[in-house]
Design a protein around this ligand. Structure first.
Ligand SMILES: *Cc1c(COP(=O)(O)O)cnc(C)c1O
Length: 359
């Protein structure tokens, strides 16, 4: 039988099944004790005072920005190289996303209100220089930590490094609740605000202090999340071990650049992303096709800068240019690194990256 190695697969077992069964038997299905426990456990794990569970990572970003009361003239600096939700949340507020390639400083104008660094692929962004910039210009620092559960920068967890952290528990992420999200912060006021926004602006039942939504998490999701959180460190260790094996395997292959890992950080490899350089025998898309034939799933995270998406071109971003992002979009390829990939499968992947396997 042909080998099939998918690019992602959640690790779910009998513990999650049992947790979900218990919730079903309890009859309490939405935002009750399990959600509360999950929020408490997640806040402790990240090392923050407050955690607020929501329906997904996009909504976590949405509410975090909403809590800042942006006005249409305000600007928020976001990376051009990320998942589209990082920038969409700015548009949802009617404010303007300003795309940074690498340098954030040159993008700051008097209208800037916030910066959203993304801890891409599980590698924490360099937060110290960003904190300095945010401090100097009085900007909010919102971490998009949707790909970095358990990642650390100078010994501190992502999601505890800025004013607000936003997590996703989508099925492919380092831990999952199916769909789900979490907002983390040490700022009591912001936490209070997002709690209200999440639940109809209710301070008590049927007393609506502000205009709010229904972005609550279900008890089923929270029950899964509690189990996944317990497993997270172990799951991340397996990702790191797989990444280390992949690194060793491609170290002497010409034309493949392994992912960058900063010395001051713990990279948790949501994705293992290589760059396919000009001196590799195949182009990026040819390599993806070859691996697919060999039963190895890959993905391109991400094929174009956010400003080149049709939805953004229409808004007048067609003149934006971020050359480093554009080159990365042409060269990156994600290889399977998730915890279900076995050591044998890693060796198989490495073998299929060698030129003599192309014929
Ligand atoms: C997954 C992801 C999101 C959105 O999370 P959802 O739970 O899918 O809505 C936002 N930003 C980044 C960088 C992501 O990877």
């Amino acid at each position: 039988m042909k080998r099939q190695i998918p690019i992602a697969r959640p690790v779910l077992g009998s513990e999650e099944e049992e947790a979900v069964r218990k919730v079903l038997q309890s009859g309490m299905l939405v935002q009750a004790q399990k959600v509360k426990s999950f929020e408490g456990a997640f806040a402790d794990y990240i090392g923050v005072e407050h955690a607020v569970a929501v329906t997904n990572g996009t909504i976590a970003l949405d509410l975090a920005l909403k809590a800042l009361n942006l006005s249409p003239r305000d600007e928020v600096i976001v990376p051009a190289f990320s998942f589209v939700a990082t920038a969409n949340c700015v548009l949802f507020q009617g404010a303007k996303p300003v795309f940074a390639d690498i340098d954030v400083n040159e993008k700051i104008t008097a209208r800037a209100r916030a910066i959203i660094p993304v801890h891409m692929f599980g590698q924490p962004a360099r937060m110290d220089p960003l904190k300095e910039i945010a401090h100097d210009h009085k900007l909010f620092l919102i971490e998009d930590a949707a790909q970095s559960h358990g990642a650390e920068y100078n010994g501190h967890k992502t999601g505890s490094l800025g004013d607000i952290g936003c997590f996703s528990f989508y099925a492919t992420k380092n831990m999952t609740t199916g769909e789900g999200g979490m907002i983390t912060t040490n700022n009591r006021e912001l936490a209070q605000k997002v709690r209200l926004l999440r639940d109809h602006g209710q301070t008590e039942k049927y007393h609506h202090t502000i205009l709010g939504y229904n972005y609550r998490m279900t008890e089923l999701s929270a029950a899964i999340g509690l189990v996944q959180l317990k497993k997270l460190d172990e799951l991340n260790e397996t990702r790191i071990k797989n990444a280390t094996m992949l690194n060793a395997g491609i170290a002497n292959l010409h034309g493949l650049t392994p992912p960058y890992v900063d010395e001051s950080s713990r990279h948790v490899f949501y994705q293992y992303v290589v760059r396919v350089e000009d001196d590799y025998p195949l182009e990026r898309d040819q390599l993806a096709d070859h691996l697919k034939e060999m039963g190895i799933g890959t993905a391109v995270h991400y094929p174009m800068p956010i400003y080149k998406q049709p939805a953004y071109r229409e808004l007048g971003y067609d003149k934006t240019s971020c050359p480093v992002t554009e080159e990365s979009c042409r060269r990156v390829l994600s290889l399977p690194v998730h915890p279900s990939v076995s050591e044998k499968e890693i060796q198989y992947i490495i073998a299929k990256l060698r030129a003599h396997s192309f014929a």
